[in-house]
Design a binder for this molecule. Sequence first.
Ligand code: OAD
Length: 479
Amino acid sequence: MRTLLSGKRYGNFMVFACKKITGWCSYSLMTRSAIHELSKLLASSERTEGSMSKAKPSKERRPVPLTLSRVTRSSSAQARQGDPTVPQDASAGPQMAPNQGAPRGRQADSALAQDLSLMSMSEQEATLPRHRTPPGMKSSRSPPRLASKPIRTAVPRGTLNSVARLLKLGRCRNVLVVAGAGISTASGIPDFRTPGTGLYANLQRYHTPFPEAIFNIDFFSNDPRPFFSLAKELYPGRHRPNYVHYFIRMLHQKGLLLRMYTQNIDGLEQMCGIPEEKLVEAHGSFASASCHLCYTPFPAEEAKKFIMTDRVPLCTFCQGTVKPDIVFFGEDLPQSYFQHIKDFPKADLLIIMGTSLQIEPFASLVNTVRSTVPRLLLNRDPVGPFQRVPLRRGDYMELGDLLDSVRKLAQILGWHQDICDLIQDEEQKAGGALSASGWGLTLAEVKHPGGGASGRSGDESSDDSEADSKSTESSAPSS
Ligand code: OAD
């Protein structure tokens, strides 16, 4: 830890991060690459000091369960670029007092290093056979041969059919959905990391030292204005849920949704009618607000009024800045997140949608279902464990536009018309002028609300565009 606390090599960000993970935070987030850096650093610090203190060899140490790990939300960009509260070109940030960060005992540090390295392990390593030598230890075996052919081109045909078949056969009744910003792009909300269009590629006007600083709690503490300017755009109310959200609601209506875990802060899941008890907003939401220092609650509507009129809401108790309860890098995740400890072992199908799986601890959730549980990734690119070649048995991946994939899946399941009807109802209730573009519906579906419901069959491949029916027909379920 002393290596970290001197903080020379990695700057004050590392000091900040280690302070958090060893001191105060019980469970908060970081990007996978920052965890990797930290675990390497902790391990090397331990080696240096361990040679003097004769620490126990690592294989004798009790493994720390992933679910109980202590991690800080922070960013790879921070790890690379130093203190988020100083401009990028500052050569050195303020130094930290040697006693700051409450260094913990050797054992705790080593457990932490182990824990971090577990989380930062590449997904290939994480899913390789158990006899493989742990990372960092020399092996007498020759390294396992990995297929050199990239998986991207090898999307198996009938992926959606296979999963739909399981659902139709009633083998999956406890479905977990894990989602990210990709499910809301069809509603007109950009995701975070898509090059060019993602939010992080378009924050120049906020003059933050690096994009993710806008969601960094220390940066916010110093200067809340960039976040508040952005918040004016992000506040829920300007966008409506799309077909993907309604598909998840349909899972619930069919009695199949165990829980949805979302990283999104746009509130579209609640807006489409997924009930609160079925939803875990792991990165918080705008629905409540509190002081970022003493956590005294502040009326959310009041906070919104302040922010919308370019004023800074201040805590009535300590005068600290109030912010919406979105989880920033360096903050703890909400209590509801811990339901995952019960939910994930219970799941019989995991659907992962529209996320880059870059942010921990959320990203590692997908590795906590039982090894026999099928996992379906619907995304533009392979992410997390789906980058593994070959895919784990029971892993299914459908790459491409999420709306198309979800729509195909709904058609195979025979749910498409139900979803269209649901959208019509909900959007009319909300007083929205239904347009073809907004919800992933075709013009014909918009013009004939509810049409075709009576002639619905189990496989709806006939009620859609030619292109769609081709794709569903080519992958008709075998059951
Ligand atoms: P990212 O932007 O990191 O990832 C979105 C993923 O969705 C990418 O893999 C995209 O390729 C994919 N995607 C986007 N649109 C799609 C579409 N129409 N069809 C198919 N795939 C699509 O977003 P998240 O993983 O949600 O923190 O990011 C996680 C967290 O990082 C966020 O919660 C956020 C950010 O820091 C906060 O909001 C505080």
